[in-house]
Design a protein around this ligand. Structure first.
Ligand code: NAD
Length: 315
């Protein structure tokens, strides 16, 4: 099988590409190395992949590249590329979000439909739900994002559904819930907290710390992609969460402090626009239809991320 992984230099894309390569697939990665975060971290993400014979990387923008040519010999598309980050999506930078998350997704779907593929797996997000009292979140629940980022991820997901309904394109969307672990993006809370705590610097928590998330370890998110590619189900959306249910941020920080062996203190600041108070995934649909069963709990997952942060920053 031949796969295309978009966003292959990023956090989730690089892990997914490694797994596909290990399974013997021929993998082409595409990434524009957007300047959202330090390129050195992306080079680190790719360091193992670059030595693999069945991996190649195209440094290019999905908005500029002739996509039908790239997809012509590909069986599977794993569309992980996006402009991520909730907080930066307000204001002037929204254009980057609409270009990379909506327009690029439409271009990729158009090309996939033109050349024909076996499966298109789209990296969606729990941010499509927005604020809801109906917890845990279910796939057929209301989608009303509370951030511009969430709006663009929902638009991408709706485009996927559209290409499935109109043209029969075999699409599956995975709504990831706060993915963490080795190589997590440097703008994400665990990455920032672990780095500060290892440097003995107090951390800043936005809100009271009682907000909760369904944290998903990277390996479980990767497994979900493989299951989605293998299933003959298409035109479906699945929640992809971790095994612990929703956990308060304060509790997660307790675990980080314990694994890092330091407690330099916490400062609490006002909440940030676009942050949802609670996310909790009902993963029963993914369990039933994909056989998805998240395996790694928060203690083991945080331990792995602490080791990564120590290594990458030499702490
Ligand atoms: P990331 O920023 O580490 O990876 C995304 C990659 O896409 C980056 O390397 C970037 O350079 C690339 N990219 C962006 N625009 C591009 C374009 N126009 N052309 C080519 N490449 C482009 O982010 P991540 O955390 O690995 O997220 C991967 C996917 O998962 C994204 O679609 C994101 O919306 C989604 N997601 C992530 C999380 C999470 O917790 N990390 C949660 C929900 C959804």
């Amino acid at each position: 099988m031949k796969a295309l992984v978009t966003g292959a230099a990023g956090f989730i894309g690089s892990h997914l590409a490694e797994k596909l390569v290990a399974e013997g697939m021929d993998v082409l990665g595409i990434d524009n190395f957007s300047d959202y975060y330090d390129r050195r971290l992306k080079d680190y993400n790719l360091r193992r992949l670059r030595d693999e014979d069945n991996f190649s990387l195209l440094e290019a923008d999905l908005l500029e590249q002739g996509l039908p040519q790239i997809l012509a010999d590909r069986d599977l598309v794993f569309h992980q590329a996006a402009q991520a980050g909730v907080r930066a999506s307000w204001g002037e930078d929204f254009q980057i979000y609409s270009d990379s998350n909506v327009l690029a997704t439409q271009r990729l779907l158009e090309a996939a439909n033109e050349v024909g593929i076996d499966k298109f797996v789209y990296a969606s997000s729990s941010s499509v739900y927005g604020e809801t009292e109906d917890l845990p979140m279910q796939e057929d629940g209301r989608t009303r994002p509370v951030s511009p980022y969430g709006v663009t991820k929902l638009a991408g997901e709706n485009l996927c559904q559209l290409y499935h309904h109109n043209f029969g394109l075999p699409v599956v969307s995975l709504r990831y819930f706060t993915v963490y672990g080795e190589r997590q993006r440097p703008d994400m809370a665990f990455h920032i907290f672990i780095k500060s705590i290892l440097q003995c610097e107090p951390i800043t928590i936005f809100g009271d710390g009682q907000q909760s998330r369904n944290f998903t370890y990277i390996e479980d998110a990767v497994t979900a992609n493989l299951l989605a590619a293998r299933t003959n189900v298409s035109g479906e959306v699945f929640n992809i969460g971790g095994p612990d249910g929703n956990i308060e941020l304060n509790r997660a920080v307790d675990i980080i402090e314990e694994k890092a062996g330091q407690s330099p203190g916490r400062e609490y600041q006002g909440e940030v626009d676009g942050d949802v108070r609670h996310t909790a995934a009902d993963c029963s649909k993914a369990a039933e239809m994909l056989g998805y069963e998240p395996k790694t709990g928060l203690e083991a997952g945080i331990e792995a991320e602490v080791e990564y942060i120590r290594e990458v920053y030499d702490l």
